[in-house]
Design a protein around this ligand. Structure first.
Ligand code: SDX
Length: 430
């Protein structure tokens, strides 16, 4: 907190407002404009929230200039090296790293909530085989509210925690079911003797006719990708979860809304769009043309996986994933010409003044698809993978907002640009 204030004055009317300055433990301070309209009759206007903090939060911190990402104060580089996704999920939700006993309990609880109700499996039959797995996942997650009436009371901390556990536990089961349905294979039950990522890969790829040969490299690589995608401050999908949460909606509806927001190609949908873009470029020799197209405002083409609202330096997650690409492809003995195209595209863009001046660097989505592809995960499933991981962050923010006293419903104002007041005209006179 801070006792500093700033005074803003409307020179034309000489009306002033004294705004408290709000500071957190790290990051830029903010003017508290909560009373601005009441005191001055003015709103602030900031479409896209370029300079607006919508909430206080202790979950994650990003320094976009330094390329820093902290989950509950722990640097992403250390968590990527030393932790695992479920431990990171515990950290995001509870604010502290778990003791061995706490982690064992958490892992047991998640493991014993992985199944979905048998009748929920029938939902998938209602889709065409070619339904996008994000459409199926969003529908299935929203429908969890129809099954789990014992975790809908948002005023009961125990029910809130149970819903959080259920969402983290069931996302992989739902995601794998959507994939299996889309390829006409039988939906597999989660195996509780497997750890989180291995269990997911088993539900994705196991076939009744032969034992599944799963490489431990695959599960480890997936776990690391899930850590890197778990949370990211007030990004569009997390802000959506919070806005829906502010109305008192149940947690399953909130996370379904988060999945919907994540699907957009400007957000989580970018990882799927990157692979399609790399395939369209096809070869490193076409990279120059792609870079020129991306600079041409009239082309409607952007380098997917490049740029970020907050990072004006390297996205630390992209740096880790780029290094991972080489190791995972080598360990899995897979070569992918798209990696060469991606590396060439990155090198060309980072030398080009258009990208340098606008501080456009590869973001988390630029390389992740190359690893998913090496793990055998189809392109349409890439954003679903993002949603599995980000469910940890979404529920952490949802829990935080309900643990915040007198949280208000989110209700932005607007600048009205429509017709001034006018009278109705009968149809004969129009
Ligand atoms: C994620 O918020 C998060 O934290 C998100 C995320 C998370 O973990 O939750 O990090 C995950 O969503 C990563 C971003 C994935 N999206 C993409 O990779 C899509 C491609 N990138 C862009 O569309 C864009 O960079 C955004 C959406 C990511 C950021 O958009 P901003 O901050 O609104 O920036 P902008 O669109 O105003 O661009 C600023 C300038 C513009 O040029 P000028 O008008 O100044 O001349 O940079 C240009 C843009 O045209 N620009 C690009 C570009 N991104 C921005 N030009 C070419 N290619 C690009 N990718």
């Amino acid at each position: 907190m801070s006792d500093k204030t700033v005074v803003i004055t409307d020179a034309s009317t000489n009306r002033s407002a004294t705004l408290p300055v709000v500071s957190g433990t790290m990051g830029d301070p903010a003017f508290d404009i909560g009373k601005l309209n009441k005191d001055t009759g003015y709103f602030t206007y900031d479409p896209g929230f370029m300079s607006t903090a919508a909430t206080k939060s202790a979950v994650t911190f990003i320094d976009g200039d330094q390329g820093v990402l902290l989950y509950r104060g722990y640097p992403i580089e250390q968590l990527a090296k030393q932790s695992n996704f479920l431990e990171v999920a515990y950290l995001l939700i509870n604010g502290e790293l778990p003791s061995a006993a706490q982690f064992q309990t958490f892992e047991h609880d998640v493991t014993h909530h992985t199944m979905m109700r048998e009748s929920l499996k029938n939902f998938f039959q209602g889709f065409h085989y070619d339904a996008h797995p994000m459409a199926m996942s969003m529908a299935a997650v929203g429908s969890l509210a129809a099954f789990y009436h014992d975790s809908l009371d948002i005023n009961d901390p125990a029910q809130r925690k149970l819903a959080a556990i259920r969402l983290i536990a069931k996302m992989p089961t739902i995601a794998a079911a959507a994939y299996r349905y889309s390829i006409g294979w039988p939906i597999r039950y989660p195996r509780n003797n497997l750890e989180y990522c291995t269990r997911f890969l088993h539900m994705m790829f196991e076939v009744p006719s032969e034992p599944l040969q799963l490489s431990p490299v695959a599960a480890k690589a997936l776990d690391l990708l899930f850590i890197l995608h778990a949370d990211h401050e007030q990004n569009a999908s997390t802000s959506t979860v919070r806005l829906v949460g502010s109305t008192g909606a149940n947690p399953y509806a909130c996370v379904a809304a988060g999945i919907a927001a994540l699907w957009g190609p400007a957000h989580g949908g970018a990882n799927e769009a990157v692979l399609k873009m790399l395939a369209e470029i096809g070869d490193a020799k076409n990279v120059g043309k792609a870079v020129e197209r991306a600079k041409d405002k009239n082309s409607g083409f952007r380098l997917m996986g490049f740029g970020h609202r907050v990072y004006k330096n390297f996205d630390p997650r992209a740096t880790i994933i780029r290094e991972m690409c080489h190791k995972v492809l080598a360990d899995l003995n897979v070569s992918d010409p798209m990696l060469d195209v991606a590396m060439e595209l990155e090198a060309a863009a980072l030398k080009d003044s258009y990208f340098v001046e606008r501080k456009l660097y590869p973001n988390v989505d630029f390389y992740s698809g190359i690893i998913y592809k090496a793990l055998g995960i189809p392109t349409e499933m890439f954003t679903v993978m993002f949603a599995i991981a980000r469910t940890a962050g979404w529920v952490a923010h949802w829990l935080e907002q309900h643990e915040t006293p007198d949280a208000k419903i989110g209700r932005p104002r607007q600048i009205y640009t429509g017709a001034p007041t006018r009278d109705y005209v009968d149809v004969e006179k129009r």
